[in-house]
Design a protein around this ligand. Structure first.
Ligand SMILES: [Zn+2]
Length: 307
């Protein structure tokens, strides 16, 4: 171990640098979703490269591109974006985001065929490109763990056990995270190979602590998106988790999967927000640089390489 697969090939853990654990650079959202919400149209290679460049210029190094199969992952265009910013490590994924995004092709398919497809993405490459996925995704709906949720999570578990790549899940508004870890664990996945996304959508310390006690990683990815609550909540939670001894299980990302979040489209906060504005605020509010280095560099390295 000690390495992680990226678009550019295998990278040593020590070369990952500062990691944004949950991001989107390019995807072709399903047409029905765009009819519902045009703000999912993130399909301009130049603008994506410009945004990724801003993250690199702020000191970032590695981005995890979390657009899953059901969310319109486009490996050819994502590769074009990565090629325009060749000093960035871009990790791509396989698996499914959540039942709401999946169409009948997922529900009608045999579970074993979907597992096989995901394993192919990891072992041979995605859509015939030879570019291999480094992460498996699964997810559940808002406060649900029904048959659809379980199908996606079972696929994630079986692919993880078979290939040993880590799992990053989607939680809907931060719900069902504890249940996800329990379910994955009951299917053979060790908690320290799992990171739950969007937990800061549900800023509930008791819940986060109970998840951390399993050994799983806690993903926070809403800094600067004040429609999901002020950063003050996130910073209070971070301080309490650090004080409780869980500082080594926190990952930070920004999940800016909408053009309205990107400065290259005239929006905000922009892909450099965490490094240029959130981290300075953490420092000014009393969080030590060495803990920030854990969260941005060492925790994702340990999680991604399985160390
Ligand atoms: Zn996302």
């Amino acid at each position: 171990m000690g390495t992680i697969m990226t678009i550019q090939g295998e990278v040593e853990g020590k070369d990952l640098g500062i990691v944004d654990y949950h991001e989107h650079l390019y995807f072709d959202a399903p047409p029905w979703l765009l009819r519902e919400d045009l703000d999912f149209r993130l399909n301009d290679v130049e603008k994506s490269a410009q945004e990724l460049r801003s993250w690199m210029d702020a000191g970032g190094k590695t981005i995890i591109e979390m657009s899953a199969i059901d969310f319109g992952r486009n490996i050819h265009s994502t590769k074009q974006v990565a090629d325009l910013v060749p000093d960035a490590n871009v990790i791509v994924i396989t698996g499914f985001n959540k039942p709401y995004f999946c169409d009948q092709s997922v529900w009608q398919a045999n579970e074993s065929d979907l597992i096989h497809q995901c394993i192919q993405d990891i072992v041979e490459g995605i859509d015939g490109t030879g570019i291999k996925a480094g992460i498996m995704k699964g997810g559940t709906g808002y406060n649900t763990f029904n048959d659809y949720d379980q199908k996606l999570m079972r696929i994630a578990a079986k692919v993880q056990v078979e290939t040993d790549v880590p799992i990053i899940t989607h939680t809907e508004a931060g719900t069902m995270g504890f249940e996800q870890v329990e379910f994955l664990n009951s299917h053979g996945v060790e908690p320290h190979r799992v990171c739950l996304s969007h937990l800061d959508r549900n800023p509930d310390f008791w819940e986060h602590q109970r998840i951390a006690q399993t050994g799983a990683y806690l993903g926070y990815d809403c800094p600067g998106k004040s429609k999901y609550g002020p950063d003050e909540w996130r910073i209070d939670l971070l301080k309490r988790l650090i004080a409780a001894g869980f500082g080594q299980q926190i990952l930070l990302g920004n999940d800016l999967g909408r053009p309205s979040y990107w400065r290259s489209y005239g929006g905000g906060p922009g892909l450099d927000f965490i490094l240029t504005r959130f981290v300075p605020r953490l420092l000014s509010q009393g969080i030590d640089q060495h803990i920030i280095d854990e969260i941005l560099i060492n925790n994702p390295r340990r999680f991604l390489t399985g160390a």
